[in-house]
Design a protein around this ligand. Structure first.
Ligand SMILES: NC(=O)c1ccc[n+]([C@@H]2O[C@H](COP(=O)([O-])OP(=O)(O)OC[C@H]3O[C@@H](n4cnc5c(N)ncnc54)[C@H](OP(=O)(O)O)[C@@H]3O)[C@@H](O)[C@H]2O)c1
Length: 309
């Protein structure tokens, strides 16, 4: 089978299309025929060797930690899936990923794919969708009627966060550049701040929750807009713990977890028409280098999908 692998860390040029054997599922694993995968910033960070401590893995390594596909074979201890099931999920980032024709994944990490969308769209959901969900609800404790500020609202994580927060009945404020303002209003944001034109910390105060996917100055300034006891949840490092403490704000950094029950909830919302994956572009998976150059630019609207079949 074909797999897009790295043999050394480096730029997009270290991604190669290799011919490798189809992997064998272990007792608690399933073999999935990958239909589509999607691209996340962690893909290029792992490719560059920047995540060796967080996600230790061996080279050569197949990149890609989103999958939507069909179960081809199940391990002897797997009871929740059968051959032919349509599944989606976020595979273990310390193991070979899904830029490949087949992947083995622990059955406990997968969920039934949303029925109302195809694999191309479903592959855009797991990693970014789970990150948005866990940031808002598990760590952010978002409740109906609260005010949430979502940075990079037009990105992979942000575009789900806007939709989830809106469905919860929150008042949603997003930051984006001018090209994404109308898009985010259509997606459900109540207010959008053009970060090139306006300082969000000048406009906002009394915010219950900030979801930070930018870090640095954005994280520091987010402390100012929160109400006392408010929550600043970041997908990056918690850089300003002292400043947060001084303002009586909870600053929490987190790493997304693969939780199939949450993927099942998200699938229900998608099938009910409450949430839709936003797809920036679909490329053949053999164009992974091009996809990486694109995501590294930092201005993807929604997700980049890699189509396998
Ligand atoms: N901790 C975890 O488990 C976890 C999980 C997922 C993601 N992450 C991290 O979270 C970050 C975001 O991930 P993602 O998938 O959402 O990335 P992404 O899709 O690449 O984000 C792109 C978006 O960022 C926006 N943007 C860029 N600069 C901005 C700024 N200064 N202010 C506001 N928006 C800005 C862009 O909007 P414009 O084009 O309008 O500028 C674009 O829509 C990444 O660093 C990723 O590695 C961590």
């Amino acid at each position: 089978m074909k797999a897009i692998r790295i043999h050394e860390y480096g730029g997009p040029e270290v991604l190669f299309i290799d011919e490798v054997p189809v992997p064998e599922p272990g007792k608690d694993e399933v073999l999935v025929r990958v239909h589509a995968t999607s691209v996340n910033p962690v893909d290029w960070k792992i490719r560059e060797g920047l995540r060796k401590e967080k996600f230790p893995s061996k080279l050569p390594l197949t990149i890609g930690w989103d999958v939507s596909g069909v179960v081809e074979q199940v391990g002897e201890k797997v009871s929740n899936f059968r051959k032919g099931d349509e599944v989606y999920g976020r595979p273990d980032p310390t193991k070979n990923g899904a830029y490949a024709e087949y992947i083995v994944v622990k059955a406990s990490l997968l969920s039934v794919k949303p029925l109302g969308i195809g694999h191309t769209e479903a592959a855009a959901v797991p990693l970014a969708g789970l990150t948005a969900w866990q940031g808002l609800f598990d760590h952010g404790l978002l409740k109906e009627g609260q005010k949430v500020l979502i940075h990079a609202a037009a990105g992979g994580v942000g575009s789900y966060a806007v939709q989830f927060a809106k469905s919860k009945g929150a008042y949603v404020i997003g930051t984006a550049s001018d090209q994404n303002i109308e898009f985010l209003k259509r997606l459900g944001a109540d207010e959008v701040i053009d970060y090139n034109m306006e300082s969000f910390e000048m406009r906002l105060n009394d915010i219950d929750l900030v979801l930070d996917t930018i870090g640095g100055d954005t994280q520091l300034k987010s402390i100012e807009v929160l109400k006392p006891g408010g929550r600043l949840i970041t997908t990056l490092a918690a850089e300003f713990t002292t400043e947060a403490k001084a303002k009586n704000v909870h600053l929490i950094a987190y790493v997304v977890q693969s939780i199939p029950a949450q993927l099942a909830e998200i699938a229900k919302m998608i099938d009910a028409g409450k949430v839709k994956p936003i797809i920036d572009q679909v490329l053949p998976f053999t164009d992974a280098r091009k996809a990486h150059m694109s995501i590294e630019g930092g201005h993807t609207r929604g997700k980049i999908v890699l189509q396998v079949i």
